[in-house]
Design a protein around this ligand. Structure first.
Ligand code: F6P
Length: 346
């Protein structure tokens, strides 16, 4: 058996743990493991492969990012790209693929599975927004990183009587904001799933001031929509340009909101954007264990010919779900989770 493994989309901590697990388990099965370089890009053109041996994965468990590197290339948007992927899999006699990626990558995997590539998906993303799995690896590390930064921000915010508006990632969902905000005891959490307005936000900050708390930490998800003017619904705030897959890039709500809060309340407000810090660095123990379990299970799925499915965590058990389930919608923060966070606002 010859197995190919690729990592697609944005990187996240734990990808190397999957690569290591698939390689070590696959080698034990007597298989050949080929690393595909830079996501789907490595299956286009002449193809770009690296054989993965025991020594290739030695010492990578604790490393962030992906040793195979990644890209957001979408072969269906590149002329001839999808055919090149199919041709490369055939020409190189790859019996099955392990595709490690986020929601977009799972959608692409489904399309390639429908076109005849035997593959299994492994869900990754710091955003934790993939339907069908209770958690994705990378999320725990990102939340811990954000929590540590917010912990540090507390002392400086308090010393200067400032409102610090901390913008975190999460794409169109508020998982990172919700979890990091809750874990750090932030004073207000704003997420896309629970739209709000400037007036309500300022009321929380003013109420804190009235009870002698002259500083506030506001955590805002990059995908939050905030109504900044009475009667006008909020909208996404974008960065200029698009990513390699042609998607618009979220970002900038923290800066916009800090300015508006300062104008409306008169309190000094500053934005802090965590950005790629959340995606970088060594995976937490939780993410290393989850990613390793996912990797080993992916090989078991290939052994059992359970193609067209994605590894998933359900409760504490690892299982498999059809790729179409994973690709059909985003997993968002339930309202009751938000209600728990609300208890601590103000
Ligand atoms: O999906 C992970 C993520 O980090 C999102 O939270 C964020 O919106 C996006 O990727 C940023 O992507 P890029 O690497 O293209 O800037």
């Amino acid at each position: 058996m010859r197995i190919g493994i690729l990592t697609g989309g944005g990187d996240c901590p734990g990808l190397n743990a999957v690569i290591r697990a698939v390689t070590r388990k696959g080698l034990k099965e007597g298989w050949e493991i080929w690393g595909i370089v830079e996501g789907w890009r490595g299956l286009m053109g002449d193809g770009w492969f690296e054989p993965l041996r025991l020594e290739s994965v030695s010492g990578i468990l604790r490393r962030g990012g992906t040793v195979l590197r990644t890209s957001r290339d979408n072969p269906f948007k590149i002329p001839g790209g999808a055919d090149e992927v199919l041709a490369n899999v055939k020409k190189n006699k790859i019996d099955a693929l392990v595709v490690v990626g986020g929601e977009g990558t799972m959608k692409l995997s489904k399309k390639f599975f429908d076109r005849g590539i035997p593959l299994v998906g492994v869900p990754k993303t710091i955003d934790n927004d993939i339907w069908g799995t209770d958690l994705t690896f990378g999320f725990d590390t990102a939340v811990n990183t954000a929590m540590e930064v917010i912990d540090k921000l507390h002392s400086t915010a308090e010393s200067h009587n400032r409102v610090l508006v901390v913008e975190v990632m999460g794409h169109y969902t508020g998982w990172i904001a919700w979890a990091a905000g809750l874990a750090s005891g932030s004073d207000l959490i704003i997420i896309p799933e629970h739209p709000t307005g400037l007036k309500e936000i300022c009321e929380v900050i003013e109420a804190r001031f009235a009870r002698g708390k002259y500083f506030s930490i506001v955590v805002v998800a990059e995908g939050a929509k905030i109504s900044l003017e009475k009667g006008k619904p909020g909208d996404y705030i974008w960065q200029p340009g698009t990513d390699a897959a042609g998607h618009p890039r979220l970002g900038g709500i923290g800066e916009v909101l800090a300015k508006k809060i300062e104008e409306k309340t008169g309190f000094e407000a500053r934005p802090v954007t965590l950005g790629y810090i959340q995606r970088g660095g060594s995976p937490s123990a939780f993410d290393r264990v989850l990613a390793t379990r996912f990797g080993v299970f992916a090989v078991e799925m290939i052994k059992g010919k359970k193609f067209g499915q994605m590894v998933a965590l359900k409760g504490t058990e690892i299982t498999a779900v059809p790729l179409e389930e994973a690709a059909k919608q985003l997993k968002t923060v339930p309202e009751e989770y938000y209600k728990t966070a609300e208890v601590f606002f103000g």
